[in-house]
Design a protein around this ligand. Structure first.
Ligand SMILES: Nc1nc2c(ncn2[C@@H]2O[C@H](COP(=O)(O)OP(=O)(O)OP(=O)(O)O)[C@@H](O)[C@H]2O)c(=O)[nH]1
Ligand SMILES: [Mg+2]
Length: 602
């Protein structure tokens, strides 16, 4: 039997997981000496590259000595936390990274809790020790405390610690040691991660933990083989979560090495491989021996906490910029997404209206961003949290929120969070005039909070949150405190009118922008909506006013990214998303309709 180690790399967002995996690939010699590869090579899709974050967990394999090490890189952002739990079941040990300055963050707690509960053996990597602000000793203490608080067993508590600067390919076992390479990481993996259990001689049992899709071979199930041996062409039985048994055949068996996937003929217990040929395959399914099919424990899939309605674009500018605009096209695309993305759910709620649920705004905006790049045009509504009944009590998702703020500004932020029903849990000085404050807060109250927080902290605040659990509904929370500046008419914006409107608030659009009645052009500086005319030119006169035009100085409009816009909108507003533009609009475009409907609402 081949000598194998299976590990996952887990951490809070940006603590350096993908960079560390780069180093492991590089230093194990898995990248050929002439092989060209990008930085953070595992972040392979466009949005991952652009944003520098991991969205989907991905696996790779390296060879080190006579060992094969399967490594799964996981996303650190809380919205993709559901992936982590599934991945953890597939490995025997984990590398838990933690930033040598930031220390334990919300998602560190989340992943450590899951990992300990599943009985995994951790190796702790204190990363980014090259940072001038790094305090590795403090962070090691924080990790010990965290493990103790979360009920680690003695064996888990006794974790090896490695100090690293993953970006520089440097690691060592003691801060006092001279800088070394990743040898100590490889050795720790081989020595302290248990070898896979299971036996190649037993009947086949493999569990699918990730789905992929390929235009040529169709659905692909990436799986861990727990028992038995599997060959290309084998007949198998798919044991589904609901107990159903479906016959299947492995048309292709795919192995991993570095950044490559290649067809292989056989694989056995302990390994991670991919199967093609079974169109009905789902996450959690057991691929089993047809003569003795025994399902493995079903996989717990995290439930969505947030929902948004995707709808056909019906704005006055509809159909001008996108190629796929119909309800059918939209439905097909969303259904396609659901085939591989188990963390999301889809429900058709009306003519051309689709409720998409997921774990957070980022997850939803990533889908929307992918769709606009594929030439789709559509609208999306304000995110709403999912409320559900637990033992007769109405419950909503709660989040663990950690903010780092300049000390002199913390009072204002705390007050604002209080209005949003946040409960303060702790407050610590962080050095350099910053405070770290932890809260528990309804997820609902976080919608739209980020923009406000950045304003309140003059852009210096840092906030992070991750899901805790569903708790009893907490009542009304404060929402956006400013109204919208709404265009009263259609046309192309002119500097002259924008110049006067900019005194009323913050503009979201610049000159010569196409607008329509009911489109939102900015944020009002007061709490009510204000209807404005952004296309009015200066009254013509024969006398050329000396230099008056040159005097028009426009403040650059605020750049509203998809996430920012989605966080900003209220219930009576929509985002219009096309391949070329993101517009914010009122659901009801005329003032008369808005008045009628707000009266109805009351
Ligand atoms: N100073 C310093 N920066 C590092 C180090 N390792 C990684 N970084 C930087 O940290 C940033 C995040 O690195 P990633 O490897 O993408 O982090 P990640 O944990 O994979 O992030 P997510 O997948 O989005 O959760 C990048 O800008 C890296 O260059 C390090 O050892 N020192
Ligand atoms: Mg990453």
């Amino acid at each position: 039997m081949q000598k194998i180690r299976n590990i996952a790399v887990i951490a809070h967002v940006d603590h350096g997981k993908t960079t560390l995996v780069d180093g492991l690939l590089e230093q194990s010699g898995t990248f050929g000496s002439h092989e060209q590869h990008d930085e953070r090579a595992m972040d392979s899709n466009d949005i991952e590259k652009e944003r520098g974050i991991t969205i989907l967990s991905k696996n790779t394999a390296i060879t080190y000595g006579d060992y094969k090490i399967n490594i799964i890189d996981t996303p650190g952002h809380a919205d993709f936390g559901g992936e982590v739990e599934r991945v953890l079941k597939m490995v025997d040990g984990v590398l838990v990274l933690v930033d040598a300055y930031e220390g334990v963050m919300p998602q560190t707690k989340f992943v450590v809790k899951k990992m300990l509960a599943l009985g995994k053996k951790p190796i702790v990597v204190i990363n980014k020790i090259d940072k001038p602000s790094a305090e590795p000793d403090r962070v090691v203490d924080e990790m010990f405390d965290l493990f103790a608080d979360m009920g680690a067993t003695d064996d888990q508590q006794d974790f090896p610690v490695i100090y690293a600067a993953a970006r520089d390919g440097m690691a060592k076992l003691d801060m006092a040691d001279p800088d070394g390479d990743f040898k100590c990481i490889f050795d720790a993996i081989i020595d302290s991660v248990p070898e896979p259990e299971g036996d190649a001689a037993n009947p086949l049992q493999a569990q699918v933990f990730t789905l992929d899709y390929d235009n040529y071979v169709g659905k692909i199930g990436i799986s861990r083989i727990f028992n038995g041996t599997v060959s290309k062409g084998d007949n198998v039985m798919l044991a589904k979560a609901d107990g159903e048994m479906v016959k299947g055949k492995i048309s292709k068996l795919i192995g991993f090495h570095g950044l490559n996937r290649m067809e292989i003929d056989q694989a056995e217990a302990g390994d991670i491989v991919a199967f093609a040929g079974m169109e009905t395959v789902d996450v959690g399914d057991t691929v089993a021996d047809p003569s003795n099919p025994v399902a493995l424990d079903p996989m717990h899939i995290e439930e969505p906490t947030l929902t948004v309605v995707f709808a056909v674009n019906d704005s006055p500018l509809a159909g001008q910029e996108g190629k796929h605009v119909t309800s059918n096209k939209l439905r097909e695309r969303l259904e396609f997404e659901m085939r591989t993305n188990v963390a999301m759910k889809l429900e058709i709620v009306g003519e051309g209206k689709f409720k998409v649920s997921g774990r957070g705004e980022l997850q939803i905006t990533v889908l929307a961003e992918n769709m606009r790049r594929e030439d789709f045009e559509f609208s999306i509504s304000r995110p709403e949290v999912i409320v559900k009944e637990i033992e007769g009590v109405k419950c909503e998702p709660f989040e663990h929120l950690v903010i780092d703020v300049p000390e002199d500004l913390s009072g204002g932020v705390i007050e604002r969070l209080g209005k949003r029903k946040a409960e303060m849990k702790s407050m610590l000085p962080m050095g350099s005039g910053f405070q770290r404050i932890e809260f528990e807060i309804p997820a609902r109250a976080l919608i739209g909070f980020r923009g406000q927080f950045l304003t309140d902290t003059k852009g210096e605040g840092i906030m992070n949150h991750s899901f805790i659990e569903f708790r009893p509904f907490s009542g009304a929370v404060e929402s956006r405190s400013y109204g919208a500046l709404i265009s009263m008419t259609a046309g192309s914006t002119l500097a002259f009118s924008l110049f006067s409107i900019q005194n009323r608030g913050v503009l979201y659009i610049g000159v010569q922008t196409e607008v329509y009645e009911g489109m939102i052009v900015g944020e009002h500086s007061r709490d009510n909506d204000l209807v404005v005319n952004p296309i009015k030119g200066k009254a013509q006169s024969n006398v050329r006013s000396s230099g008056a035009d040159e005097a028009i100085k426009l403040i650059p409009p605020r750049d509203m990214s998809l996430e920012r816009a989605l966080e900003w909108i209220e219930d009576d507003e929509l985002l219009e998303i096309t391949p070329k533009n993101i517009r914010i609009r009122k659901k009801f475009l005329t003032e008369a309709e808005r008045k009628r409907n707000s009266r109805k609402g009351k």
